[in-house]
Design a protein around this ligand. Structure first.
Ligand code: NCD
Ligand code: ZN
Length: 348
């Protein structure tokens, strides 16, 4: 085997969507978030959520205290939008140089989003301020309208909410987070340069049959929920195509084993034990490893207007198995792909 088939070196990737939780959880989640990544966009859905610049900066300090000495990783903080987020808070966020976006959760769409936005019209001045300073709006794109089927929430959101939003604010930089459908892929591809999308490893590797056929697999349950196979295929094509509008965002979201394996299980997949390798696996299957660097290391910084990382990572072709669980505070955490064998491994 030629050396190029055994090793792959790329510019260090970034993770444009991840959840670290807070306090003691950071002892586990921060070191894993640094694994293979230069920067990470830190989701603000804490309890209570990160609704102000001051709260974001304090949260950042708690994160920084848990970064291993050997790592140069940096957390990029995000504001949680509510109906009350003011334009002044956006200007303050911009001036702080610590905030890299504001996250729109439709109220109740997902974990810890109850105080999210109930009516976008309340944020007209706030979106105008974001447009003015060039701040990215990260969107959890699911309709919360009563009666909308859980598998249709993303396309309904695009039609009823995203399209009017993009028309009203044509200069607003929008990242449609963790896209899961062909509808999102097509919508993003047909938009001007302001609308991009991030893609998780779970939505590339699995579809709803993997989650439900032969028994329910709670560790594959996340939001937006896994969709049917043709949607999975459209995401794989978008990610591996080299199209600059799609980039890496793991949505790694830890919930303890007991909260996942539960009569009312939490939504979220924890992928940071093997995130870059899970993506490499898919790109390899599609013979597209030459596109991994664009997706993982270049398209995201280009969208956010940030430089590429100035270091590199190497993946080697080497079989290894994702652990079945790890310790997490006083409980355990089951990673995405637990016990799965991978063909690529990050050289640490
Ligand atoms: C996330 C979490 O647990 O915070 N869960 C998930 O299923 N993705 C929230 C989110 O990003 O939707
Ligand atoms: Zn998320």
């Amino acid at each position: 085997m030629a050396d190029s088939q055994k090793k792959l070196t790329i510019i260090k990737p970034d993770d444009w969507h991840l959840h670290l939780r807070d306090h003691n959880a950071l002892r586990t989640t921060v070191p894993f978030a640094c694994r293979g990544f230069g920067r990470g966009i830190i989701m603000p859905n804490l309890v209570p959520p990160v609704v102000t610049v001051d709260l974001a900066i304090k949260y950042k300090q708690r994160i920084l205290a848990n970064i291993p000495d050997s790592s140069s990783w940096s957390p990029l903080m995000v504001l949680f939008l509510t109906d009350l987020t003011s334009p002044e808070e956006i200007y303050k966020a911009h001036d702080s140089k610590a905030i890299f976006g504001a996250k729109l959760y439709p109220a109740g769409a997902t974990t810890n989003s109850e105080t999210g936005v109930t009516d976008l019209r309340k944020l007209t001045k706030t979106f105008e301020a974001m447009e003015e300073v060039g701040m990215v709006l990260q969107i959890h794109g699911e309709s919360t309208e009563k009666g909308v089927d859980i598998f249709d929430r993303e396309p309904v959101f695009i039609e009823k909410t995203l399209k009017p939003l993009v028309e009203k604010f044509p200069e607003l930089k929008i990242s449609l987070e963790h896209i899961t459908t062909l509808d999102s892929v097509e919508y993003i591809m047909n938009q001007s340069d302001t609308v991009y999308g991030s893609i998780t490893p779970q939505h590339l590797l699995f579809n709803r049959n993997d989650m439900l056929v032969g028994g329910i697999r709670p560790h594959l349950f996340c939001l937006p929920i896994l969709k049917r196979e043709r949607h999975q295929q459209s995401l794989i094509k978008a990610a591996t195509s080299g199209n600059k509008k799609f980039f890496l965002g793991t949505d790694s979201a830890p919930h303890s084993k007991d909260k996942k394996e539960n009569a009312c299980g939490c939504a979220g997949c924890y992928s940071h034990l093997s995130a870059i390798e899970l993506y490499a696996e898919i790109f390899d299957q599609l013979n597209s490893l030459d596109q991994l660097e664009n997706f993982a290391s270049k398209n995201g910084p280009d969208f956010y207007g940030l430089p590429y990382n100035d270091s590199f990572i190497t993946l080697k072709k080497h079989k290894w198995t994702i652990p079945s669980s790890i310790k997490y505070m006083d409980t355990t955490l089951v990673p995405l792909g637990a016990d799965m064998q991978l063909n690529w491994q990050l050289v640490q």
